[in-house]
Design a protein around this ligand. Structure first.
Ligand code: UDP
Ligand code: MG
Length: 317
C-alpha cells in the first residue's frame, strides 16, 4: 500500500533534477511511510525524461509518466493526480521553490488534525521578482472576489490532498481544472501550512507572461460568467447616454441651431463598434469553452508510465 504520492510536473527541468532528487529523497525516506514519487514529464524537449530514468535505477520509488507532448502545468498535474496511488497526494514544483521539507509538516497536519486538504501558503515571496509578486497579488485578490473569501490567498499548487479528494477530482468532467481554485471550492476540511518561497534551484521559469495570462483567464472563465454580463451593463449605459443625447439634441434643435458633428459622430461609431467587438470576443471565448467540452478530447496523452513497464535495459547508469 502506498501511503504517499508526490506528484512533480516537469517541463525542461534537466538542470534541477539532480538537486531535486538529492533534496527530496532524504525527506521522503525519513517519513517512515510507503511512498512513490510520480514525475510527470510534460513533453520536455531536453534530457528530463532520460535523467529521471537514470535516477530510477537506484530509487525504486521513483516513477515516470511521460506525456506525448507539452500539455501545460495543470494538465501534467492532472495526469499525475489521476495515476497516483497514495492515500495522500502531494503536488510540488520541480524547481525546489516549494521546500520538500514542508511535506513532513503537511503530512503531520493532515494526520493529526484529520483534514482532507493541506495548503502550502507562501508567507514570504521575497525571492520572486517584483513583477511576479505584484501580478500574483493581483491574481489572488481577483480570485478571492470571484471564488469567495474561503480561497486561501497565496496558495499555489503545493498542497496535500487525501484520496477522497483525488477520487472526487478524477470523477469531475472538467478537461483541465485550475486546481488551486477548484479544490477550495469543493468544501473539504482544510488547513494551511506556511512556507517561504525559495529561489528557483536552477534553470529558467517555465511560466512566461503568456502562460500567466492564460492561467488568469482560465481561472476567471471557469468560475464566473460575469464578463458576459459586461455586454448588458455597457448596453444599458449606452442606452441611457443615447437618451440624454437625444433630449439634448432636441432642445438645441428647438432653439434653432444644428450641432456640427463629424468628429463626435465618427468617435461614437468607432467606440460602439469597439465595445461590440470586445463583447463578441468575450462571448466567443465562452462558446469556445462549450465547444471544447463537447468535443471532450483528452487534454493530454500519456505515452508511457514506468509503473506499467520494467526499467528499460537501454538506460545505462
Ligand atoms: N511545468 C510543466 N509544464 C509547463 C510549464 C511548467 O509541467 O508547460 C512545470 C515546471 O516544470 C515546474 C512547475 O510546472 O515544475 C512550475 O513551473 P515554474 O517553476 O517554471 O513556474 P513559476 O514558479 O515560475 O511560476
Ligand atoms: Mg517555479
Amino acid at each position: 500500500m502506498t501511503a504517499l504520492s508526490v506528484v512533480i510536473p516537469m517541463y525542461n527541468e534537466e538542470a534541477v533534477i539532480p538537486v531535486l532528487v538529492a533534496r527530496l529523497r532524504p525527506v521522503l525516506d525519513s517519513l517512515d511511510v510507503e511512498y512513490e514519487v510520480v514525475a510527470v514529464d510534460d513533453g520536455s524537449a531536453d534530457d528530463t525524461a532520460n535523467l529521471v530514468e537514470r535516477c530510477r535505477l537506484d530509487w525504486p520509488q521513483l516513477r515516470l509518466i511521460r506525456l506525448r507532448r507539452n500539455s501545460g502545468h495543470q494538465a501534467a498535474l492532472t495526469a499525475g493526480l489521476h495515476r497516483s496511488a497514495g492515500d495522500w497526494v502531494v503536488s510540488i514544483d520541480a524547481d525546489l521553490q516549494d521546500p520538500p521539507e514542508t511535506i513532513r509538516e503537511m503530512l503531520r497536519v493532515a494526520r493529526e488534525e484529520n483534514v482532507d486538504v493541506v495548503y502550502g501558503v507562501r508567507s514570504d515571496r521575497t525571492t520572486d521578482t517584483v513583477f511576479k509578486r505584484n501580478t500574483a497579488g493581483l491574481y489572488y485578490r481577483l480570485m478571492r472576489r470571484i471564488v469567495g473569501p474561503d480561497l486561501p490567498s497565496q496558495a499555489g499548487d503545493f498542497r496535500l490532498v487525501s484520496r477522497s479528494v483525488v477520487e472526487v477530482l478524477r470523477r469531475m468532467p472538467e478537461r483541465v481544472p485550475v486546481y488551486r481554485l477548484l479544490i477550495p471550492s469543493l468544501g473539504f476540511s482544510s488547513r494551511a501550512v506556511s512556507y517561504t518561497r525559495e529561489r528557483r534551484a536552477a534553470g529558467e521559469t517555465k511560466y512566461p507572461l503568456r502562460k500567466m495570462v492564460a492561467l488568469a483567464w482560465d481561472s476567471t472563465a471557469d468560475f464566473t460568467a460575469a464578463p458576459l454580463r459586461l455586454a448588458t451593463w455597457l448596453g444599458m449605459a449606452a442606452f441611457a447616454a443615447s437618451l440624454i443625447a437625444m433630449v439634448f439634441g432636441l432642445v438645441v434643435w428647438a432653439n434653432g441651431t444644428v450641432i456640427p458633428g463629424w468628429t463626435s459622430l465618427f468617435l461614437a461609431v468607432l467606440l460602439f463598434a469597439a465595445v461590440q467587438l470586445i463583447c463578441l470576443g468575450l462571448l466567443g471565448e465562452y462558446v469556445a469553452r462549450i465547444y471544447r467540452t463537447l468535443q471532450s478530447r483528452p487534454a493530454f496523452h500519456i505515452g508511457s508510465d514506468s509503473a506499467d513497464t520494467p526499467v528499460p535495459a537501454s538506460v545505462v547508469p
